[in-house]
Design a protein around this ligand. Structure first.
Ligand code: G3P
Ligand code: CA
Length: 242
């Protein structure tokens, strides 16, 4: 059965990576949420996609150049014409504390490709463990070295490799990275690829799928999960797909 992960929360209809978007994901009946994490200047884990705050907030500058206190003053709903009022950038702690009261899975994407964020892995893993969410968490990153490191530090938490372009000899590579699955750009995914992965005990969760036609194709392939900005739409089409 294909699970539905609300990408950056229900980012199609709510400000991405905010509590409002995560709450909507739960209301929509998603199975899980996906979110992105970076570190502030004073080492706090914040939930934000870009390395800068410019695109999604009313502020400007690097996430790693601002303290948590400074970041909290910004409005992550600023680009939504006042529809959602003031939504602060969440701390990962806040999201995990709420998640504990739900049945949702969480995919924490470590945004550590452009900036190394030296302690991001250890801090994220410590928080997941503190909330007892090891079995409901998937760690992923485009930085595969980071995923290999997470596997060493936290063998009990699932890891997945994110990528845009098809991998050469993927199964040898994924095994070498000791990952549990792949999160590929959906255009690289075929029915044969999914079947092959699953035969090897590896999960396939393509991103980011918003078009109905692509949703239907992925459900038919039997992928393990999809990431979508529109969990309500995905749920509706999943129920209609035999
Ligand atoms: O994890 C899937 C997807 O979120 C990766 O791309 O840029 O939306 O973080 P991006
Ligand atoms: Ca992401």
């Amino acid at each position: 059965m294909t699970l539905i992960f609300a990408h950056r929360g229900a980012a199609g209809t709510y400000p991405e990576n905010t509590m409002a978007a995560f709450l909507e994901a739960e209301r929509a009946g998603a199975d899980g949420i996906e979110l992105d994490v970076q570190l502030t200047k004073d080492g706090e884990i914040v939930v934000i996609h870009d390395e800068t705050v410019d695109r999604t907030t009313d502020g400007s500058g690097w996430v790693h150049g601002m303290t948590y206190r400074e970041l909290r003053k910004l409005n992550a709903a600023a680009k939504w014409d006042g529809r959602y009022g003031h939504c602060p950038i969440p701390h990962l702690e806040e999201v995990l504390a709420w998640l504990g009261s739900t049945r949702l899975f969480v995919n924490i994407e470590l945004k550590n490709s452009l900036i190394a964020y030296e302690t991001l892995e250890q801090k994220t893993i410590a928080l997941v463990r503190r909330h007892g969410l090891e079995k409901r968490t998937l760690l992923s990153s485009f930085n595969h070295n980071s995923m290999r490191f997470c596997r060493t530090v936290a063998p009990e938490i699932e890891t997945a490799l994110l990528y845009m372009e098809p991998l050469y000899d993927p199964w040898t590579y994924v095994r070498a990275m000791k990952a549990d699955g792949v999160h590929p750009y959906h255009r690289t995914v075929t029915a044969a690829f999914v079947a092959d992965a699953q035969r090897r005990g590896l999960a396939v969760r393509p991103f980011t799928i918003n078009k109905t036609e692509v949703m239907k194709t992925m459900f038919a392939y039997g992928v393990d999960a999809i990431f979508t900005d529109h969990p309500r739409r995905a749920k509706e089409w999943k129920e209609k797909t035999p």
